[in-house]
Design a protein around this ligand. Structure first.
Ligand code: NAD
Length: 256
């Protein structure tokens, strides 16, 4: 897919899945505003993509901060003069259990995972809708919106809310803007590798046998789906949730 002359905002773009998404759009010829709350990670991203600097606008911002979202939107429009695609990828989890977790952790997860995408939509939809082809928003949700392991309440609720926000925005913003969600399963980013930490919290280790395709996901699996979902080939798709989990959520668990 060709994205020459297209402008894309990717939140949480410096690391993990977001990093693969920024790289996929750059490889396809797009101009990318890379937003991240972690200045060191964004510096590292910027240095390692110096060869593509004329296609990149790095911005340090917390997506839950309304003033910061207004600033990053204005900076994008001032720098590139247009906007076609927003990928709401930034997301966090809250460690601990229902009993032990401070309530402020609930507020923080909802603020980043749900308020953030709402703010991005609120301040970008007008610019997204100015073109012949509809603008596109993708919200990166999670299979945790559909199924849970113990003690993921803030994260699961935030991602479930994000699916509802997705169809609500699709109805509000059509036909000028298409809005879809992608729900990844286990994706092998650095955070995923902390399975020792999972086991210490009494959670089940992640294994390939959970996946009918025989492997866990790669960040590129999500990035390639974004490229397709924002293309004209996906022009009749809005308000939906694309589950990308190697079949994990459709596999029944049964006694051997
Ligand atoms: P990650 O922690 O590897 O990367 C997230 C990036 O977002 C980081 O660079 C971080 O600095 C940035 N970020 C965090 N809070 C931010 C904020 N308030 N404002 C701006 N940037 C912020 O995470 P990941 O595993 O790549 O996950 C990316 C998205 O995919 C998240 O929404 C996550 O919930 C979702 N997801 C991940 C998996 C998985 O297995 N990795 C599975 C399902 C869904």
């Amino acid at each position: 897919m060709e994205y020459q002359n297209h402008v894309v905002i990717v939140t949480g773009g410096a690391q993990g899945i977001g990093r693969a998404i920024t790289e996929a759009y750059l490889d396809a010829g797009a101009f990318v505003t890379v937003v991240d709350a972690d200045p060191e990670a964004l510096d590292e991203w910027t240095e390692s993509h110096a060869a593509q600097s004329d296609h990149v606008l790095p911005i340090v911002a917390d997506v839950s901060d309304e003033a910061a979202v207004i600033r990053l939107t204005e900076a994008t429009l001032q720098h590139w003069g247009r906007l076609h695609i927003v990928i709401n990828n930034a997301g966090i989890t809250a460690p601990g259990t229902l009993g032990s977790r401070p309530t402020a952790e609930w507020d923080r997860v909802i603020a980043v995972n749900l308020r953030g995408p709402y703010l991005l939509a609120k301040y970008t939809y007008d610019a997204l809708g100015r073109h012949d082809q509809p603008g596109v928003i993708i919200n990166i949700a999670s299979t945790r919106a559909l199924m849970s392991e113990p003690h993921t309440e803030p994260y699961s609720a935030s991602k479930g809310g994000l699916l509802a926000l997705t169809h609500s925005l699709a109805v509000s913003l059509g036909p000028r803007v298409r809005v879809n969600a992608i729900s990844p399963g286990w994706i092998d980013v650095s955070a995923w590798k902390k399975s020792a930490a999972r086991q210490a919290e009494g959670l089940r280790p992640i294994d390939h046998q959970q996946h009918p395709v025989g492997r866990v996901g790669r960040p590129e699996d999500i990035a390639q789906a974004c490229l397709w979902l924002t293309s004209p080939q996906a022009g009749f798709i809005t308000g939906t949730n694309l589950v990308i989990d190697g079949g994990m959520t459709v596999k029944m668990i049964y006694a051997e």
